[in-house]
Design a protein around this ligand. Sequence first.
Ligand code: NAD
Ligand code: IPM
Ligand code: MN
Length: 365
Amino acid sequence: MKARIVTLPGDGVGPEVTAAAVAVLKTVAARYEHVFAFEQQLIGGIAIDATGEPLPAAALAACQSADAVLLGAVGGPQWSDPNAPVRPEQGLLALRAALGVYANLRPLQVHPALANLSPLKNDKLKHVDVLFVRELTGGAYFGAKTRSADAATDECRYTVAEIERVVRRAFELARGRRHHVTSVDKANVLETSRLWRSTVQRIAADYPDVKLEHQLVDSMAMLLLTRPNRYDVVVTENLFGDILTDEAAALAGSLGLLPSASLGDGRRGLYEPIHGSAPDIAGQGVANPIGAILSAALLLRHSLGLEAEAVAVESAVEQVLRHGPHSRDIGGSAGTDEVRDAVIAAIDDHADTAAAFFAGARACG
Ligand code: NAD
Ligand code: IPM
Ligand code: MN
């Protein structure tokens, strides 16, 4: 197939991990006979420095006409003055809003080879397989903001329609998994959470085959650490989802491992690792590219419909996590490029095995 993919490497380790993910996609294209055209655009601090804006019009237009967008990370200390008129993160928020990608899927699994890196005891980490569905284009992130010399406000606003579409997506996804949804809110305090909870309760009636539970976000933060293997699909609002998924990354062993897919109603999606620009390690060639590479796998699955290719990338990553090489954040000493090359080699092995299998099947048939 032919696909147009816009890349937004951004800041800090963003360009390093995005380059690795693009190399993986190029390998997939070559091995499976697809034509992927890549177009690189500016976002974040690097875009502010070049154009004054965190999401230049040309970058947004390219994303809006692409089949999929692959993003690295935005932000960094040089753009983080709390009084700055414009910030890199605004570019990312504007992009999510403009693409209408309201459902942010953040899968969490704990690889047995990395269980020792988690702060938890190993037995708690068996069979951890959670899909977080984070609402991405509403809440305090997008409400009205005010700031005066001695006060500031961030309005947290949700409409029923905004809640309904992301919650329906969560229930649909649960049907393809273990038929269990945990809805996380703060309904004991927040009005937006009470609207959230009553909307979830109403929608749940359309999914009698899916078991629903509600959990308050503060106790959820604790339960995620004490019994992570109890959860299947966890759906929550924007800010709670942001915080809980970084917490969840600690279970996996590193923030550098977790991918995400941001989806709207159509096929076009935005794919990015959940980590940030990691200024403390940027430019050293040591960032873990696995979160970005797994995001590329999600791109293959959700925007291009290439399930076998997505699985090939995920199996390759699984092999590399099992046998190494491992980057520094997960206890190894490999650089970004070494991990990338190992994943690519594993994809090649996988494709060779499949080709041999089909050649064998043809010879027999
Ligand atoms: P961060 O995610 O950048 O880093 C947190 C810690 O995790 C650091 O110690 C970092 O070295 C480590 N880490 C992150 N990614 C890693 C990787 N791939 N390999 C190995 N280690 C990795 O969070 P932060 O330091 O709080 O934020 C830095 C900047 O990134 C901020 O400006 C923030 O706004 C931005 N940010 C951007 C995104 C995004 O673009 N989607 C996401 C989160 C944070
Ligand atoms: C993420 C990041 C972003 C968010 C920031 C950079 C705007 O933390 O993608 O998780 O809070 O959504
Ligand atoms: Mn975050």
